[in-house]
Write a protein that binds this ligand. Sequence first.
Ligand code: SF4
Length: 374
Amino acid sequence: MMEMKKERNIPNRTGETADPPCPEACAKLLAEWFARRARDLPWRGIQDPYGIWISEVMLQQTRVPVVRERWEAFLARFPSPRELAASDDDSLLAAWEGLGYYRRVRQLREAARTLVERHGGRLPEEPEAFAELPGVGPYTKGAVYSLAFDLPLPAIDGNAERVIARLLALEEPARKKPGRQRIEAFVLAMLRHRSPRVINQALMDLGAGPCSPKNPECHLCPLQSPCRARQEGTSSLFPVLPPRPRPTPVETHLLLALHGSCFLGRRIPKGEVNQGQIGLPGLGLPLPQKRSLEEYIRENLGAGAQAGPPLGSFNHSITRYKITVHVHPLQLHGPVQEPFAWFPRNGSLPLSTVTRKTLARFQQSLEQGGGSRA
Ligand code: SF4
Protein backbone atom coordinates (compact mmCIF):
# COMPACT_ATOMS: atom_id res chain seq x y z
CA MET A 1 0.00 0.00 0.00
CA MET A 2 1.53 3.31 -0.95
CA GLU A 3 2.27 5.71 1.81
CA MET A 4 -0.02 8.71 1.48
CA LYS A 5 1.50 12.17 1.65
CA LYS A 6 -0.02 14.36 4.33
CA GLU A 7 0.57 17.73 2.69
CA ARG A 8 -1.52 18.73 -0.29
CA ASN A 9 1.12 21.25 -1.48
CA ILE A 10 3.91 18.99 -2.57
CA PRO A 11 7.34 20.65 -2.54
CA ASN A 12 9.21 20.56 -5.82
CA ARG A 13 12.85 19.63 -6.12
CA THR A 14 14.05 23.13 -5.21
CA GLY A 15 11.94 23.17 -2.08
CA GLU A 16 9.47 25.71 -3.47
CA THR A 17 5.75 25.07 -3.61
CA ALA A 18 4.77 23.82 -7.05
CA ASP A 19 1.93 25.71 -8.75
CA PRO A 20 -1.15 23.57 -9.34
CA PRO A 21 -1.66 22.75 -13.02
CA CYS A 22 -3.82 25.31 -14.81
CA PRO A 23 -6.81 23.75 -16.64
CA GLU A 24 -6.77 26.37 -19.39
CA ALA A 25 -3.06 25.90 -20.12
CA CYS A 26 -3.41 22.10 -19.99
CA ALA A 27 -6.38 22.20 -22.39
CA LYS A 28 -4.33 24.24 -24.85
CA LEU A 29 -1.38 21.83 -24.65
CA LEU A 30 -3.67 18.83 -25.08
CA ALA A 31 -5.53 20.31 -28.06
CA GLU A 32 -2.29 21.18 -29.85
CA TRP A 33 -0.87 17.73 -29.21
CA PHE A 34 -4.08 16.04 -30.36
CA ALA A 35 -4.02 18.00 -33.62
CA ARG A 36 -0.64 16.41 -34.36
CA ARG A 37 -0.87 13.01 -32.70
CA ALA A 38 -4.50 11.84 -32.69
CA ARG A 39 -4.83 8.09 -33.26
CA ASP A 40 -6.28 7.16 -36.61
CA LEU A 41 -9.30 5.05 -35.63
CA PRO A 42 -12.21 4.18 -37.92
CA TRP A 43 -14.82 5.61 -35.53
CA ARG A 44 -12.95 8.90 -35.26
CA GLY A 45 -14.34 11.76 -37.26
CA ILE A 46 -17.85 10.32 -37.50
CA GLN A 47 -20.60 12.20 -35.75
CA ASP A 48 -23.18 9.44 -35.77
CA PRO A 49 -23.90 8.93 -32.05
CA TYR A 50 -25.04 5.34 -32.63
CA GLY A 51 -21.72 4.35 -34.26
CA ILE A 52 -19.77 6.11 -31.50
CA TRP A 53 -21.87 4.39 -28.85
CA ILE A 54 -21.13 0.96 -30.35
CA SER A 55 -17.39 1.71 -30.50
CA GLU A 56 -17.34 2.91 -26.89
CA VAL A 57 -19.14 -0.16 -25.59
CA MET A 58 -16.81 -2.43 -27.57
CA LEU A 59 -13.76 -0.60 -26.22
CA GLN A 60 -14.80 -0.89 -22.60
CA GLN A 61 -13.21 -4.30 -22.11
CA THR A 62 -11.65 -5.12 -25.45
CA ARG A 63 -8.37 -3.97 -26.96
CA VAL A 64 -8.36 -1.43 -29.80
CA PRO A 65 -6.94 -3.78 -32.50
CA VAL A 66 -9.79 -6.27 -31.92
CA VAL A 67 -12.44 -3.52 -31.93
CA ARG A 68 -10.91 -2.09 -35.08
CA GLU A 69 -11.56 -5.42 -36.80
CA ARG A 70 -15.14 -5.84 -35.58
CA TRP A 71 -16.72 -2.40 -35.40
CA GLU A 72 -17.46 -1.89 -39.09
CA ALA A 73 -18.81 -5.41 -39.53
CA PHE A 74 -21.11 -4.93 -36.54
CA LEU A 75 -22.46 -1.67 -37.97
CA ALA A 76 -22.90 -3.25 -41.39
CA ARG A 77 -24.96 -6.00 -39.75
CA PHE A 78 -26.89 -3.63 -37.44
CA PRO A 79 -26.74 -0.17 -39.04
CA SER A 80 -29.16 1.46 -36.59
CA PRO A 81 -30.86 0.79 -33.24
CA ARG A 82 -33.84 -0.64 -35.14
CA GLU A 83 -31.88 -3.54 -36.66
CA LEU A 84 -30.11 -4.12 -33.36
CA ALA A 85 -33.41 -4.16 -31.47
CA ALA A 86 -34.83 -6.75 -33.89
CA SER A 87 -31.80 -9.08 -33.79
CA ASP A 88 -32.07 -12.67 -32.62
CA ASP A 89 -29.58 -14.25 -30.22
CA ASP A 90 -27.58 -16.09 -32.85
CA SER A 91 -26.92 -13.12 -35.12
CA LEU A 92 -26.29 -10.83 -32.15
CA LEU A 93 -23.78 -13.11 -30.44
CA ALA A 94 -22.08 -14.01 -33.73
CA ALA A 95 -21.58 -10.31 -34.51
CA TRP A 96 -19.96 -9.87 -31.09
CA GLU A 97 -17.76 -12.96 -31.39
CA GLY A 98 -14.18 -12.33 -30.32
CA LEU A 99 -15.06 -9.22 -28.32
CA GLY A 100 -15.82 -11.09 -25.08
CA TYR A 101 -18.02 -10.00 -22.16
CA TYR A 102 -21.20 -10.80 -24.04
CA ARG A 103 -23.36 -9.20 -21.40
CA ARG A 104 -22.46 -5.90 -23.03
CA VAL A 105 -24.09 -6.74 -26.35
CA ARG A 106 -27.23 -8.07 -24.70
CA GLN A 107 -27.50 -4.77 -22.84
CA LEU A 108 -26.92 -2.90 -26.09
CA ARG A 109 -29.86 -4.73 -27.65
CA GLU A 110 -32.02 -4.05 -24.61
CA ALA A 111 -31.09 -0.38 -24.83
CA ALA A 112 -31.82 -0.37 -28.59
CA ARG A 113 -35.27 -1.80 -27.89
CA THR A 114 -35.93 1.03 -25.46
CA LEU A 115 -34.78 3.52 -28.10
CA VAL A 116 -37.25 2.06 -30.58
CA GLU A 117 -40.09 2.07 -28.04
CA ARG A 118 -39.51 5.52 -26.57
CA HIS A 119 -37.31 7.58 -28.88
CA GLY A 120 -38.30 6.69 -32.43
CA GLY A 121 -35.29 4.39 -32.90
CA ARG A 122 -32.74 7.18 -32.46
CA LEU A 123 -30.49 8.31 -29.64
CA PRO A 124 -32.28 11.04 -27.69
CA GLU A 125 -31.06 14.61 -27.85
CA GLU A 126 -30.83 14.79 -24.07
CA PRO A 127 -27.81 12.99 -22.59
CA GLU A 128 -29.79 12.39 -19.41
CA ALA A 129 -32.41 10.40 -21.33
CA PHE A 130 -29.62 8.35 -22.91
CA ALA A 131 -28.15 7.70 -19.44
CA GLU A 132 -31.38 5.95 -18.42
CA LEU A 133 -30.80 3.15 -20.93
CA PRO A 134 -29.53 -0.22 -19.68
CA GLY A 135 -25.75 -0.43 -19.50
CA VAL A 136 -25.17 3.30 -19.97
CA GLY A 137 -23.05 4.86 -17.23
CA PRO A 138 -21.48 8.31 -16.87
CA TYR A 139 -18.48 7.39 -19.02
CA THR A 140 -20.55 6.17 -21.98
CA LYS A 141 -22.86 9.15 -21.75
CA GLY A 142 -19.93 11.58 -21.68
CA ALA A 143 -18.05 9.86 -24.48
CA VAL A 144 -21.02 9.60 -26.86
CA TYR A 145 -22.38 13.11 -26.36
CA SER A 146 -19.03 14.89 -26.28
CA LEU A 147 -17.69 13.04 -29.33
CA ALA A 148 -20.90 13.25 -31.36
CA PHE A 149 -22.21 16.68 -30.32
CA ASP A 150 -19.22 18.33 -28.62
CA LEU A 151 -21.19 18.71 -25.39
CA PRO A 152 -19.10 19.60 -22.31
CA LEU A 153 -19.40 16.26 -20.52
CA PRO A 154 -16.38 14.50 -19.02
CA ALA A 155 -15.57 11.01 -20.33
CA ILE A 156 -13.25 9.57 -17.73
CA ASP A 157 -12.10 6.08 -18.56
CA GLY A 158 -9.06 4.38 -17.04
CA ASN A 159 -6.75 6.27 -19.40
CA ALA A 160 -8.10 9.73 -18.61
CA GLU A 161 -8.17 8.86 -14.91
CA ARG A 162 -4.48 7.94 -14.96
CA VAL A 163 -3.44 11.09 -16.84
CA ILE A 164 -5.31 13.46 -14.52
CA ALA A 165 -4.31 11.63 -11.34
CA ARG A 166 -0.65 11.99 -12.36
CA LEU A 167 -1.05 15.54 -13.58
CA LEU A 168 -2.44 16.53 -10.17
CA ALA A 169 -0.40 13.95 -8.20
CA LEU A 170 -3.79 13.08 -6.75
CA GLU A 171 -3.37 11.61 -3.31
CA GLU A 172 -6.99 10.58 -2.84
CA PRO A 173 -8.04 7.18 -4.20
CA ALA A 174 -9.08 7.89 -7.79
CA ARG A 175 -12.28 5.83 -7.64
CA LYS A 176 -13.61 7.10 -4.34
CA LYS A 177 -15.82 10.14 -4.22
CA PRO A 178 -13.39 12.93 -3.24
CA GLY A 179 -10.72 11.78 -5.71
CA ARG A 180 -13.27 11.21 -8.45
CA GLN A 181 -14.72 14.66 -7.89
CA ARG A 182 -11.31 16.32 -8.20
CA ILE A 183 -10.59 14.48 -11.45
CA GLU A 184 -13.99 15.39 -12.86
CA ALA A 185 -13.71 19.00 -11.77
CA PHE A 186 -10.35 19.35 -13.49
CA VAL A 187 -11.59 17.78 -16.72
CA LEU A 188 -14.72 19.95 -16.69
CA ALA A 189 -12.56 23.03 -16.20
CA MET A 190 -10.51 22.03 -19.27
CA LEU A 191 -13.68 21.43 -21.31
CA ARG A 192 -14.65 25.05 -20.74
CA HIS A 193 -11.59 26.22 -22.65
CA ARG A 194 -11.37 23.87 -25.63
CA SER A 195 -13.60 21.56 -27.64
CA PRO A 196 -14.87 18.77 -25.35
CA ARG A 197 -14.65 16.40 -28.32
CA VAL A 198 -10.94 17.17 -28.64
CA ILE A 199 -10.05 17.21 -24.94
CA ASN A 200 -11.80 13.94 -24.10
CA GLN A 201 -10.22 12.14 -27.03
CA ALA A 202 -6.81 13.65 -26.29
CA LEU A 203 -6.98 12.31 -22.72
CA MET A 204 -7.93 8.87 -24.02
CA ASP A 205 -5.03 8.91 -26.49
CA LEU A 206 -2.53 10.25 -24.00
CA GLY A 207 -3.40 7.47 -21.55
CA ALA A 208 -3.23 4.88 -24.32
CA GLY A 209 0.12 6.29 -25.47
CA PRO A 210 2.78 8.18 -23.53
CA CYS A 211 1.03 8.06 -20.14
CA SER A 212 0.93 4.27 -20.05
CA PRO A 213 0.37 2.43 -16.75
CA LYS A 214 4.01 1.35 -16.54
CA ASN A 215 7.02 3.44 -17.53
CA PRO A 216 5.26 6.53 -18.91
CA GLU A 217 7.18 8.31 -21.65
CA CYS A 218 6.99 11.78 -20.16
CA HIS A 219 9.39 13.22 -22.73
CA LEU A 220 6.67 12.64 -25.37
CA CYS A 221 3.86 14.11 -23.29
CA PRO A 222 2.35 17.54 -23.90
CA LEU A 223 1.66 17.87 -20.16
CA GLN A 224 5.22 17.22 -19.02
CA SER A 225 5.73 20.78 -17.87
CA PRO A 226 2.67 21.14 -15.59
CA CYS A 227 2.59 17.46 -14.51
CA ARG A 228 3.09 17.22 -10.74
CA ALA A 229 3.91 13.52 -10.73
CA ARG A 230 6.61 14.00 -13.36
CA GLN A 231 8.08 16.89 -11.38
CA GLU A 232 8.28 14.70 -8.28
CA GLY A 233 9.32 11.54 -10.10
CA THR A 234 6.30 9.75 -8.62
CA SER A 235 4.31 8.82 -11.76
CA SER A 236 4.25 5.14 -10.85
CA LEU A 237 2.40 5.94 -7.59
CA PHE A 238 -0.64 7.38 -9.38
CA PRO A 239 -3.52 6.83 -9.68
CA VAL A 240 -4.11 5.48 -6.19
CA LEU A 241 -6.26 2.39 -6.76
CA PRO A 242 -7.42 -0.48 -4.56
CA PRO A 243 -5.16 -3.53 -4.86
CA ARG A 244 -6.29 -5.96 -7.54
CA PRO A 245 -7.59 -9.26 -6.22
CA ARG A 246 -5.35 -12.16 -7.15
CA PRO A 247 -6.88 -14.43 -9.79
CA THR A 248 -8.13 -17.76 -8.49
CA PRO A 249 -6.53 -20.66 -10.37
CA VAL A 250 -8.91 -23.46 -11.41
CA GLU A 251 -8.69 -26.43 -13.77
CA THR A 252 -11.39 -27.93 -15.93
CA HIS A 253 -11.72 -30.67 -18.53
CA LEU A 254 -13.56 -30.34 -21.85
CA LEU A 255 -14.29 -32.90 -24.54
CA LEU A 256 -13.78 -32.54 -28.26
CA ALA A 257 -15.57 -34.80 -30.73
CA LEU A 258 -15.62 -34.22 -34.50
CA HIS A 259 -17.91 -35.67 -37.13
CA GLY A 260 -17.21 -34.61 -40.71
CA SER A 261 -17.27 -30.82 -40.74
CA CYS A 262 -19.07 -30.65 -37.37
CA PHE A 263 -18.16 -30.75 -33.70
CA LEU A 264 -20.18 -31.90 -30.73
CA GLY A 265 -21.50 -29.01 -28.68
CA ARG A 266 -24.39 -27.75 -26.65
CA ARG A 267 -26.26 -24.50 -26.48
CA ILE A 268 -25.22 -22.93 -23.16
CA PRO A 269 -28.42 -22.50 -21.15
CA LYS A 270 -29.68 -19.35 -19.51
CA GLY A 271 -28.02 -18.64 -16.18
CA GLU A 272 -24.63 -20.07 -17.16
CA VAL A 273 -21.64 -18.00 -18.26
CA ASN A 274 -21.84 -17.31 -22.02
CA GLN A 275 -25.51 -18.23 -22.22
CA GLY A 276 -26.84 -18.68 -25.74
CA GLN A 277 -23.43 -19.53 -27.21
CA ILE A 278 -22.19 -22.94 -28.29
CA GLY A 279 -20.06 -24.63 -25.64
CA LEU A 280 -18.33 -28.00 -25.48
CA PRO A 281 -19.27 -31.01 -23.39
CA GLY A 282 -17.24 -31.41 -20.22
CA LEU A 283 -16.98 -30.22 -16.67
CA GLY A 284 -17.73 -26.61 -17.60
CA LEU A 285 -16.34 -23.25 -16.53
CA PRO A 286 -15.43 -21.01 -14.88
CA LEU A 287 -15.90 -23.43 -11.97
CA PRO A 288 -15.88 -27.09 -13.03
CA GLN A 289 -18.50 -29.53 -11.81
CA LYS A 290 -17.32 -31.41 -8.75
CA ARG A 291 -17.06 -34.87 -10.20
CA SER A 292 -14.78 -36.91 -12.36
CA LEU A 293 -14.78 -36.67 -16.14
CA GLU A 294 -15.68 -40.38 -16.34
CA GLU A 295 -18.75 -39.81 -14.20
CA TYR A 296 -19.78 -36.85 -16.34
CA ILE A 297 -19.43 -38.89 -19.52
CA ARG A 298 -21.38 -41.82 -18.12
CA GLU A 299 -24.30 -39.63 -17.06
CA ASN A 300 -24.41 -37.29 -20.06
CA LEU A 301 -23.06 -39.02 -23.11
CA GLY A 302 -24.27 -42.56 -22.80
CA ALA A 303 -22.74 -45.98 -22.59
CA GLY A 304 -19.65 -46.58 -24.62
CA ALA A 305 -18.57 -42.95 -24.82
CA GLN A 306 -15.07 -42.45 -23.57
CA ALA A 307 -12.39 -39.79 -23.31
CA GLY A 308 -8.80 -40.20 -24.37
CA PRO A 309 -5.72 -38.70 -22.75
CA PRO A 310 -5.54 -34.88 -23.06
CA LEU A 311 -4.72 -33.42 -26.46
CA GLY A 312 -3.29 -30.44 -24.64
CA SER A 313 -4.21 -27.50 -22.42
CA PHE A 314 -4.55 -23.74 -22.60
CA ASN A 315 -5.25 -20.89 -20.24
CA HIS A 316 -8.35 -18.77 -20.26
CA SER A 317 -9.53 -16.06 -17.87
CA ILE A 318 -13.11 -15.36 -16.86
CA THR A 319 -13.66 -12.61 -14.30
CA ARG A 320 -11.44 -13.51 -11.32
CA TYR A 321 -10.73 -17.08 -12.43
CA LYS A 322 -7.58 -18.11 -14.24
CA ILE A 323 -8.63 -21.36 -15.81
CA THR A 324 -6.44 -24.13 -17.18
CA VAL A 325 -8.56 -25.96 -19.75
CA HIS A 326 -7.55 -29.56 -20.49
CA VAL A 327 -8.99 -30.84 -23.77
CA HIS A 328 -9.64 -34.56 -24.28
CA PRO A 329 -10.72 -36.35 -27.45
CA LEU A 330 -14.13 -37.95 -27.07
CA GLN A 331 -15.09 -41.24 -28.71
CA LEU A 332 -18.84 -41.70 -29.13
CA HIS A 333 -20.76 -44.89 -29.74
CA GLY A 334 -24.41 -44.42 -30.56
CA PRO A 335 -26.61 -41.44 -31.30
CA VAL A 336 -26.14 -38.02 -29.76
CA GLN A 337 -28.81 -36.92 -27.32
CA GLU A 338 -30.02 -33.54 -26.13
CA PRO A 339 -28.71 -31.13 -25.02
CA PHE A 340 -25.84 -32.14 -27.32
CA ALA A 341 -25.87 -31.76 -31.10
CA TRP A 342 -23.48 -31.54 -34.04
CA PHE A 343 -22.68 -27.94 -34.98
CA PRO A 344 -20.81 -26.79 -38.10
CA ARG A 345 -17.22 -25.86 -37.34
CA ASN A 346 -17.16 -22.99 -39.82
CA GLY A 347 -20.72 -21.73 -39.57
CA SER A 348 -21.94 -18.35 -38.40
CA LEU A 349 -23.17 -19.64 -35.04
CA PRO A 350 -21.95 -17.87 -31.90
CA LEU A 351 -19.22 -20.09 -30.50
CA SER A 352 -17.96 -19.34 -27.02
CA THR A 353 -14.38 -18.10 -26.89
CA VAL A 354 -13.27 -21.35 -25.26
CA THR A 355 -14.95 -23.36 -28.03
CA ARG A 356 -13.20 -21.26 -30.66
CA LYS A 357 -9.85 -21.60 -28.92
CA THR A 358 -10.28 -25.36 -28.56
CA LEU A 359 -11.19 -25.85 -32.22
CA ALA A 360 -8.37 -23.61 -33.40
CA ARG A 361 -5.81 -25.48 -31.33
CA PHE A 362 -6.89 -29.09 -31.40
CA GLN A 363 -9.18 -29.94 -34.31
CA GLN A 364 -6.24 -30.59 -36.60
CA SER A 365 -4.45 -32.96 -34.24
CA LEU A 366 -7.73 -34.77 -33.60
CA GLU A 367 -8.36 -35.16 -37.33
CA GLN A 368 -4.87 -36.43 -37.87
CA GLY A 369 -5.57 -38.96 -35.17
CA GLY A 370 -8.46 -40.27 -37.26
CA GLY A 371 -11.54 -38.36 -36.06
CA SER A 372 -13.53 -39.20 -32.98
CA ARG A 373 -16.82 -40.79 -33.91
CA ALA A 374 -16.78 -44.54 -33.92
S1 SF4 B 1 4.17 13.93 -17.86
FE1 SF4 B 1 4.34 11.73 -17.71
S2 SF4 B 1 3.17 11.14 -15.91
FE2 SF4 B 1 2.60 13.24 -16.43
S3 SF4 B 1 0.76 13.02 -17.68
FE3 SF4 B 1 2.51 13.10 -19.07
S4 SF4 B 1 3.14 10.97 -19.42
FE4 SF4 B 1 1.76 11.03 -17.65
